[in-house]
Design a binder for this molecule. Structure first.
Ligand SMILES: [Zn+2]
Length: 95
């Protein structure tokens, strides 16, 4: 599906009725090296980022509130699994 909005990054789809519910935890502030692999479009109030740290992958969710963004993260998974969950998130199969 092509959206003619001028947005360069993907948007998450509306969650499907039986979507997998991800567990959103408080961010791990001890993370030394964090690499953001890809992210969703910043035109939406909620930004999702696929991150990598210490050989594991996870998703970070930022609710872009005025002045005080609210950040949550998923559990850490093997990179491949995090990648699968990222695609499920974009397609609305997980949220
Ligand atoms: Zn957008």
């Amino acid at each position: 599906m092509i959206e003619l909005t001028g947005c360069l990054s993907p948007h998450v789809s509306t969650p499907q009725r039986d979507h997998t519910r991800l567990v959103w935890l408080s961010p791990d502030r001890g993370t030394a090296r964090l690499r953001v692999i890809t992210w969703t479009c910043q035109c939406r109030a909620t930004l999702y980022e696929l991150c990598q740290a210490g050989g594991q992958g996870f998703i970070r969710r930022t609710l872009q509130l005025d002045g005080s963004p609210e950040v949550h993260e998923t559990y850490r998974w093997p990179i491949k699994q995090a990648d699968d969950i990222w695609r499920a998130l974009l397609s609305g199969e997980a949220r």
